[in-house]
Design a protein around this ligand. Structure first.
Ligand code: BG6
Length: 503
């Protein structure tokens, strides 16, 4: 164990304790925090669910999960045995509020044992239709009355549209103070995403260039090779716009576009981000076809295996109108960014899994080199690669060695792997620790979520009211629909990819 945490005793109640998120992310994250010495000295993890488990059986289940999904591989015996003694299970059927009585009893017993300063974190890793019910039960059974020491963590999706997000915010605000609410967007916990703030605001080099005078356009591209897998049921009611753009991609855009905060305080950062969303140009229905493109994958071959088209995935309507790809061109109407396009794209079953932000700078004002010297000419680009490669590259022109003046683009690279020999924590490790520390910087505030919904609603409404006539319109393992190329090509640009094959 490396560190000794000075956190107050903590009780973690996980609704959805037998679910997929806990299995793949939360349990491994809590265990890794424990092995690194970040967990409080006194803590308890209470898994809840409808299944009847004894504590012992539940501990065995969690052990299997951690062994399978932890970034550190299988657990170490001694560490595990001191960790598992903190795990409990409390059968709770959300639809039968009476079962909250057991939970209350367990929580109160632990509180007495741990002392007055014990903090309780309720993590809602369940389907979103249960969020209101759980919040109401927590209130009814007086489980969150201590404002300073109780918190609720809410997974995405936060609402399914603007109206439902507002309703949920309203309901939560009647039970909790904003200080108690932690709305998760796991992208914000990613190491490279956090580094964007360090990169922008801990270096004096970039800020003078970070505006419309030097930047030509910005691309945020999050592509995945995977299809919807067994999440077809959920995805049918979501689509790429709701699933990725409304939250993850717009959060990335905010980090690129925000003004410099005066401090690293949670609300200061979140104020600056919400300002970006409010400055974004809203779409009129008639502008959507020229600024947004949707796509849906058909069958194809991925790494030698035939994969089904979206309409043939489990839980998906064979005539589905749900988009598995979306590309949108946004503008931020303020002094810094006026007239600079932000192109966002995301899709499933794409040719590559990669999340990159590319900032393309304007060309030099005057070319002094001959055309022979500049055959591979490329404007400066800053490429922030979030995953799988974790790097920041600044692409500049340099003279190729030799007797002639010939230029070509080269990369100045900051690569995590080559620079640090420590492992990178998973996003959930960072976010769970922040929740325990009461730090909301990397969590979404209610107004932020609503502003993001407000922005995408006109596109959602238009796409839902007008069925796409050409779905499926891109093949699995491709770069998405042709219209997405046209969206950016008509402005004279093209989508950048890594490895950097493009010129
Ligand atoms: C989730 C979406 O929020 O993010 C998924 O619901 C998506 O559809 C996932 O696959 C991508 O996250 P990551 O961390 O794998 O890039």
């Amino acid at each position: 164990m490396k560190k000794k945490s000075n956190l107050h005793p903590t009780i973690f109640v996980i609704f959805g304790g037998t679910g997929d998120l806990n299995k793949r992310k939360l349990a491994p994250a809590l265990y890794n925090l424990f092995t690194e010495g970040y967990m409080p000295e006194k803590f308890s993890i209470i898994g809840t669910g409808r299944t009847e488990f004894t504590d012992k059986k539940y501990q065995e289940v969690i052990l299997e999960n951690v062994n399978e999904f932890s970034r550190n591989g299988k657990v170490k015996k001694e560490t595990w045995s001191s960790f598992e003694s903190n795990i409990r299970y409390c059968p709770t059927d959300i639809t039968t509020p009476k079962t909250f009585e057991n939970l209350k009893e367990t929580v109160e017993k632990l509180q007495q044992e741990f002392g007055k300063e014990t903090q309780i974190i309720y993590y809602l890793a369940v389907a979103p239709n249960f969020f209101p019910l759980i919040a109401e039960c927590l209130c009814k059974y007086k489980l969150t009355e201590d404002e300073d020491n109780s918190r609720i963590v809410i997974e995405k999706p936060f609402g399914n549209d603007l109206e439902s997000a507002k309703e949920l915010n309203l309901l939560l605000s009647k039970i909790f103070t904003e200080k108690q609410i932690y709305r998760i967007d796991h992208y914000l916990g990613k190491e490279t995403v956090q580094n964007m703030m360090a990169f922008r605001f801990a270096n004096s080099l970039f800020e003078p260039l970070w505006n419309r005078n030097y930047i030509e356009h910005i691309q945020i591209s999050v592509t995945e090779q995977l299809g919807v897998g067994d999440r077809g049921g959920y995805y049918e009611g979501a689509g790429a716009l709701r699933d990725m753009i409304q939250n993850h991609l717009l959060q990335l855009l905010c980090l690129v576009g925000m003004e410099a905060p005066i401090s690293f305080d949670a609300d200061e950062i979140r104020d600056r981000k919400v300002e970006v969303l409010r400055a974004m140009r809203p779409f009129k229905p008639e502008e959507i076809s020229s600024n947004a493109v949707r796509g849906q994958y058909s069958k194809g071959w991925v790494e030698g295996k035939e994969v089904p088209g979206y309409r043939h995935e489990t839980g998906v309507d064979p005539h589905s109108n749900t988009e598995t790809f979306a590309a949108v061109k946004f503008f931020i109407d303020n002094w810094r960014w006026q007239g600079i396009p932000f192109y966002l794209r995301t899709g499933k079953r794409m040719n590559q899994t990669s999340s990159i932000i590319t900032i393309q700078f304007k060309d030099v004002p005057h070319h002094i080199f001959s055309s022979r010297a500049t055959e591979t000419w490329q404007q400066n680009r800053l490429i922030i690669s979030i995953q799988p490669e974790m790097s920041i590259r600044l692409q500049v022109q340099a003279k190729r060695p030799g007797v002639k003046m010939v230029l070509n683009p080269v990369d100045m690279v900051f690569d995590y792997k080559g620079t640090y020999d420590t492992d990178t924590p998973e996003a959930y490790e960072t976010l769970l620790l922040d929740a325990m520390n009461g730090d909301q910087t990397l969590f979404m505030r209610g107004d932020q979520v609503e502003a993001a919904w407000e922005l995408v609603m006109p596109i959602i409404n238009t796409w839902e009211s007008k069925k796409s006539l050409n779905f499926p319109n891109y093949q699995a393992d491709s770069w998405g629909p042709e219209d997405a190329e046209a969206l950016i090509a008509k402005d004279g640009f093209h989508w950048f990819t890594l490895p950097l094959k493009d010129k």
